[in-house]
Design a protein around this ligand. Sequence first.
Ligand SMILES: NC(=O)c1ccc[n+]([C@@H]2O[C@H](COP(=O)([O-])OP(=O)(O)OC[C@H]3O[C@@H](n4cnc5c(N)ncnc54)[C@H](OP(=O)(O)O)[C@@H]3O)[C@@H](O)[C@H]2O)c1
Length: 271
Amino acid sequence: MKSIQAKGFSIPTVGLGTWELRGRDCARLTEQAIRLGYRHIDTAQMYGNEREVGEGVRASGQRSEVMVTTKVQPTSLAPHELERSVKESLAHLRLDVIDLLLIHWPNPRVPLAETLGAMAKLKHEGFVRQIGVSNFTVALLDDANRVSPEALVCNQIECHPYLDQSKVIAACRKHGMAVVAYSPIARGNAKGDELLGHIGKAYGKSAAQVCLRFLVQQNIVVIPRTSKVERLEENIALFDFELSELEMQAVRKLARRGDRIVDWSWSPNWD
Ligand SMILES: NC(=O)c1ccc[n+]([C@@H]2O[C@H](COP(=O)([O-])OP(=O)(O)OC[C@H]3O[C@@H](n4cnc5c(N)ncnc54)[C@H](OP(=O)(O)O)[C@@H]3O)[C@@H](O)[C@H]2O)c1
């Protein structure tokens, strides 16, 4: 598995997204993904599946090879709450350490310096290996990087060919942070895309693979989710073909600014 470097940390380029994966299926898919070569698993407190993700990681017998990311809910960003939440995540995962801990969504009610200070403390104490953020805007990235006592290695954002994220991607690069693309196949919408399918034909690849390749070819980490074992293999088979500059340009034209799948309208209303 290829990796992307950010601030001395290595992030495997393809990870397994686990939102909505539940119970035995989640544990089985996690284990199977690792057996097939995945080295990066993405979960969150909010997904309610940390137990099963941990179970799958342990069952794979390759814990030390795998980077596990989890995320703290926006309602748990005050230092005391954050510490409690991370210890709860570790208890659910039953793992020695959280490899990458992210703020799931910003919460304007809690000063960023307090949250990032508490995350840095957990890193110093050995509960967490690296820290980062998710759903941070350009302005928030500037603030976070100014006040964080520890390096922030990534910003996990919605990113796929239908959404122009060039400004926030440029901001991540300016701060030396990796971009991790969530919903990288637009929640499955890309699978029937005519252009992506047409490009894929020449390489013997599916539209979903072209979609993911478009992102990894820009040094973006992708975390596609699937509930189907056969698609696990498909979604990491991205490194034996390369899109031409013309093809990259054509896919870029699919972007319609502001065309998000994930609704942000509820995000500032945290209590
Ligand atoms: N930080 C955040 O706020 C945030 C927000 C959203 C998501 N995430 C993370 O990002 C991960 C991925 O995003 P997502 O789950 O929203 O969407 P996604 O990965 O873009 O799409 C998942 C959908 O695509 C289908 N699919 C997967 N591989 C396919 C393939 N090769 N061909 C055709 N269809 C395929 C899956 O169906 P099948 O199951 O039938 O294969 C599923 O319906 C999440 O699981 C989660 O870990 C983070």
